[in-house]
Design a protein around this ligand. Structure first.
Ligand code: ADP
Ligand code: MG
Length: 311
């Protein structure tokens, strides 16, 4: 069985959100010890991960050092974090497997995801990134073509496109490595967003792809038998934050879609996870799971978490 495990921000940063190198290494060790549990069950794992806090930090470095070294575009930040996090995750996974006496080769693939240049996200950017700036500093960047939103007391925040992922361009490499027995880390941050120009040449764009929607497309592209979205809650919940809160266990995809329509899942957090799982289940007929990292082995067995089935 091949399982695609999508790791959220909590798997890559400390519980309080700290992102020092030691915090990231420690979080990766915890996450990879859970993933090693799956591998020890004989499951082949492909891993993808978020990169929001890491890209956020690179943007601050860009900003503060712009007078000394040229800032790099957002797609480069995506590529850089895929490299660093891929490296950290490989080390952590190999160490966690060694503790269980399991030896498997690992690999990390710099992964490009094609988006449409005409995606509505590019004309109406919505995804907030980077830190809040005072109006006058934002104004300078707006004159350079960046989009900002006025967030009142907190200041101004940059927004970029969050386009639909259309194609995982490097899925073939991931599949080849997985078929050869490698445990592969791929498509971090939803993939590096690229568009194909009229001349057929690919180039990166200033955008951020949703990690969970990227994971759904990657899962399908590498013929994964399950998609597991590992986050910091055990289940998706209806009536979240109310007295009537109810965790969702085993659920049909149509039922889950109707909970989504009723507005049970917040747009910046649980919403895209539910959408991603529904897409994967609808398009493959396979089962998808949303659960916490600690529960992924039980989740795969259908014994824990929100287990989404066809129909
Ligand atoms: P990750 O960093 O793992 O991608 P997010 O923080 O984006 O995860 O999303 C998980 C969070 O979604 C939970 O910690 C919870 O606060 C929030 N959330 C919003 N709506 C719901 C819901 N209906 N059920 C469960 N969690 C929800
Ligand atoms: Mg989070």
């Amino acid at each position: 069985m091949r399982v695609l495990v999508a790791l959220g921000g909590n798997a890559m940063t400390a519980a309080d959100g700290s992102v020092g190198p030691d915090d990231q290494i420690a979080a990766a060790q915890t996450a990879m010890s859970a993933v090693a549990g799956l591998v020890a069950e004989g499951v082949d794992v492909v891993i993808t991960h978020g990169n929001g806090p890491q890209v956020g930090n690179l943007l601050v470095k860009n900003e503060l050092s712009a007078a000394v070294v040229p800032p790099v575009p957002l797609d480069w930040c995506g590529a850089q974090t895929q490299g660093t996090l891929g490296f950290v995750l490989m080390n952590a996974l190999e160490a966690a497997l060694a503790q269980r006496g399991v030896r498997r080769p690992t690999a990390a693939v710099v992964t490009r995801t094609r988006v449409d240049s005409g995606d509505p996200g590019f004309s109406k950017p919505t995804k907030p990134i980077g830190r809040f700036l005072p109006k006058d500093e934002a104004q300078v960047l707006i004159e350079h073509g960046q989009h900002f939103q006025d967030r009142g007391d907190r200041g101004w925040r940059r927004v970029v496109a969050s386009p639909e992922p259309r194609e995982i361009l490097d899925a073939g490499v991931v599949m080849t490595l997985a078929d050869a027995g490698y445990l592969v880390v791929a498509n971090g941050g939803g993939g590096i967003p690229v568009v194909r120009g009229d001349n057929g040449v690919l180039h990166g764009v200033e955008a951020v792809i949703d990690k969970d929607l990227g994971a759904a497309l990657l899962a399908r592209s590498v013929a994964a038998d399950r998609l597991v979205i590992a986050t910091d809650v055990d289940n998706a919940i209806i009536g979240y934050g109310t007295d009537a809160a109810q965790p969702i266990g085993r659920v049909g995809v149509e039922q889950l879609r109707s909970y989504a329509v009723e507005g049970h899942f917040a747009s910046g957090s649980m919403g895209p996870k539910v959408d991603a799982i529904c897409r994967y289940v609808e398009q493959t007929g396979n089962t998808g799971v949303i659960t916490s990292l600690d529960n992924i082995v039980a989740g795969i067995r259908g014994e824990s978490g929100t287990v989404v089935v066809a129909g």
